[in-house]
Design a protein around this ligand. Structure first.
Ligand SMILES: Cc1cc2nc3c(=O)[nH]c(=O)nc-3n(C[C@H](O)[C@H](O)[C@H](O)COP(=O)(O)OP(=O)(O)OC[C@H]3O[C@@H](n4cnc5c(N)ncnc54)[C@H](O)[C@@H]3O)c2cc1C
Length: 409
């Protein structure tokens, strides 16, 4: 091609992350000429970090309830690209699935194998990836779109924006295209960190930092329960984290953003009913009558958590257990199943796996993910106003929307 010849791609994808690579492969498999513009020096950097480096890429249970966002839209997306479709696609590029309680990982248990498989396929399909390319402006014309970059202009008949939101910005999704997107007339719903830990007060967190314990957590906004989840809670020096906290994080973040009263109720023994727990404490008190109070919960809950409970209950731990009154026992039982902490803030984007918010779904066409404001531009992946719970749902949404947009070209 001569120096001054203008090359127009059928499709230019912005962002070589999960949804961008899927969109590019889908369009290229239909013989479209595709170019990807990536800001970083490598593709799929965030993908490498997913699932603790193992990449939980989809889930056997695929339901609209696993996502936050417009249910009709999510339902449409999941019908176009199901778990089976996802497994088939990845098998077609060499990724053999490993099913762990419904959570799918590559059999190699290496996220790098997923990134490599996508890159091999992109190479086979002759998709060009322009790395370290910074977009300064996007200028739409009637039949094409011009991307003005630090490496010259790139022209596409269609453009897919797959740049994510702000979660884990060091891995690429840093909002660097937001101003350009806004200059096209698009608005964003408030972007907040989700699938993250939260700063809390109401426990002596420094003393229990590092403890991991099974339990359930409930999200309460202005006293009303919005969600609950059970699993391994992580007690940290700043507050609470861990998968069950991630699962209720959407509501906590929104409540904080709306400046409402946000609380987490922790139940350290969700498998006990109240009566059973009181009987258990009564029994322990009888057999341990001559033992100090601080041994009462030994073998029932983590000792650091037990000490925290005694402290909150206001009982003296060096007294004999026989000295505990019935009301003190009831208080301990109550705290074991209900400690309320106040949530003061979310952790920074750096520590979030996803974000809530993004491009409002009413601004895109459900069937093609095309912008209703700018011709020939589409949005895929996390930049859309949908976020999933933990379990492979966010990647599934990225693959599915990448597939839908790529197919529509
Ligand atoms: C630590 C961690 C673990 C996770 N684990 C899981 C998991 O196991 N399962 C799961 O389902 N989800 C997981 N997620 C969430 C999941 O990774 C994301 O939801 C998903 O990657 C979003 O895909 P995307 O294509 O929309 O954006 P991304 O994957 O973030 O890709 C965006 C791409 O766009 C590029 N980009 C950004 N701005 C520009 C620009 N201006 N110009 C050019 N390129 C740009 C970025 O460099 C990046 O390559 C995890 C996230 C994190 C941070």
């Amino acid at each position: 091609m001569g120096k001054n010849t203008k090359k127009q791609w059928d499709l230019v994808v912005i962002g070589a992350g999960a949804s961008g690579m899927m969109a590019a492969i889908t369009a290229a498999r239909a013989n479209k000429k595709v170019c990807i513009i990536e800001k970083l020096d490598k593709a799929g950097k965030k993908l490498l970090a997913t699932g603790n480096g193992k990449c939980n890429y989809t889930n056997a249970v695929m339901h609209t309830d696993c996502f936050h966002g417009e249910k009709d839209f999510i339902s449409f997306v999941l019908k176009q690209f199901s778990t089976e479709d996802c497994l088939d696609f990845f098998h077609s590029i060499g990724i053999y699935p490993k099913n762990k309680n419904g959570y799918y990982y590559p059999n190699s248990e290496q996220a790098a194998s997923v990134v490599n498989a996508l890159l091999y396929e992109l190479e086979r399909l002759e998709v060009k990836i322009c790395y370290e390319t910074v977009i300064k402006d996007i200028v739409p014309f009637e039949n094409e779109v011009c991307m003005e970059t630090n490496k010259g202009n790139i022209y596409g008949q269609h453009v897919i924006i797959a740049t994510g939101l702000l979660a884990a910005p060091k891995l690429g999704s840093d909002g660097s295209l937001f101003d350009v997107i806004k200059s096209l007339g698009h608005r964003f719903k408030p972007i907040l960190p989700a699938l993250c830990g939260f700063y809390c007060k109401g426990m002596k967190f420094k003393q229990i930092s590092g403890v991991r314990a099974q339990g359930s957590v409930g999200a309460y906004i202005d006293g009303e329960k919005y969600a609950e989840d059970t699993g391994e809670i992580q007690f940290t020096d700043y507050g609470l984290s861990g998968i069950p906290v991630f699962q209720i994080s959407h509501y906590l973040s929104k409540g904080l953003y709306e400046k409402r009263k946000v609380e987490i109720k922790v139940n350290l023994l969700p498998d006990f009913d109240k009566k059973q727990l009181v009987e258990e404490l009564d029994y322990r008190c009888r057999i341990g009558a001559s033992m100090p109070v601080n041994t009462l919960l030994n073998g029932l809950v983590n000792q650091k958590l037990a000490d925290m409970i005694f402290d909150k209950a206001g009982v003296e731990t060096d007294l004999y257990q026989s000295c505990l009154s019935e009301s003190q026992l009831l208080k301990i039982a109550g705290l074991l199943q209900d400690i309320t902490v106040t949530v003061t803030n979310y952790r920074d984007y750096e520590f979030a796996q996803v974000c809530t918010g993004g491009i409002p779904l009413m601004d895109v066409d459900y069937h093609t993910l095309a912008s209703k404001l700018v011709p020939n531009i589409q949005f895929t992946g996390e930049i859309l106003d949908v976020d999933g719970i933990c379990g492979g749902y966010n990647l599934h949404f990225a693959w599915a929307t990448g597939y839908i947009a790529g197919r529509s070209i």
